[in-house]
Design a protein around this ligand. Structure first.
Ligand SMILES: C[S@@+](CC[C@H](N)C(=O)[O-])C[C@H]1O[C@@H](n2cnc3c(N)ncnc32)[C@H](O)[C@@H]1O
Length: 267
């Protein structure tokens, strides 16, 4: 999975993940509060972009944040240290091969990871084994089918579709948000619920224009430019027009909408 991770591990991608987490922190995490004294697994923590938001919200709990990428873990460690956040321990680990004993964690958080995994249901089952009875799993994912904007553009939609296809050919699923409920239920979690979290951006919200439309979403689509063109998914000028049209939605009369999904299930 690591080598096929569609967004890669570049510095630009690290900045994009940080922008994404910062501008969406209230929308996605205003309710990421766990009971005090919990032991929480953050599976697939990446560079710590969510860790730095969620860990300080739960100062009396301890986080074990794991990732398969050593490089990302190193970055996450220095970020969390630099912020003097003390309730996080980083460990190297693969979601599919967890060493922890059964029912080890009180709660589990998985953010923007399932969309990259060829077998998300197996991942959930692997995580369920190490979750205590009565504990919760929280999943947060996007769904690129939920992107719509003004002015509309078939080029922009085709450029987005390149990302969907490339992610699919890497074994992932950029449309996974809509599947969180069935995934949780099929993995055997109880009392499952999903709340859609819509990001609505127009020029009256300049932080979201920069942080979300430009630096998170459009930057992500721009990031697959070379692979999309060399893989003949689209021609160069159509892709470039698509990116131009996505940036166009961030102008003074533009609008951009996208929905994230946050799902919770109990063991
Ligand atoms: C899009 S990043 C999200 C990182 C972080 N959760 C965030 O929201 O900023 C996906 C992360 O999942 C990690 N990952 C992918 N497959 C994994 C696996 N099998 N076990 C652990 N981590 C994995 C990747 O290395 C990457 O850091």
């Amino acid at each position: 999975m690591q080598s096929g991770y569609v967004h890669g591990y570049s510095e630009r991608e690290a900045t994009r993940l940080a922008d994404q987490a910062n501008c969406l922190s209230d929308l996605l995490h205003h309710d990421s509060i766990f009971p005090e004294n919990s032991l929480i697994l953050e599976a697939g923590c990446g560079i710590g972009a969510q860790t730095k938001i969620v860990a300080p919200k739960n100062p009396k709990s301890k986080f074990i944040s794991i990732d398969i990428s050593e490089e990302s873990l190193q970055e996450a460690k220095s970020l969390i240290q630099s912020l003097n956040i003390r309730n996080v321990e980083f460990q190297s680990g693969d979601i599919f091969k967890m060493d922890y004993t059964d029912e080890y964690f009180d709660h589990i958080l998985v953010c923007f990871v399932l969309e990259h995994l060829p077998k998300p249901l197996d991942a959930l089952q692997s995580l369920k084994r190490i979750l205590k009875k009565g504990g919760t799993i929280t999943l947060i994912e996007g769904d690129h089918g939920s992107a719509y904007f003004y002015p509309d553009s078939r080029y922009a939609r085709s450029a987005i579709d390149c990302q969907v296809q490339l992610q699919k050919s890497n074994g992932g699923n950029a449309l996974i948000g809509r599947e969180l409920y069935p995934l949780l239920v099929n993995a055997g979690f109880l009392e499952c619920s999903v709340s859609p979290r819509m990001v609505y951006v127009d020029s009256s919200r300049p932080e979201l224009v920069e942080g979300f439309t430009r630096n998170t979403f459009t930057a992500m689509i721009e990031g697959v430019r070379d692979k999309a063109i060399s893989g003949s998914l689209i021609d160069k000028s159509s892709f470039e027009k698509g990116i131009e049209d996505l940036y166009r939605t961030s102008e003074s009369d533009g609008v951009f909408c996208y929905t994230f999904f946050k799902g919770i299930g109990y063991k």
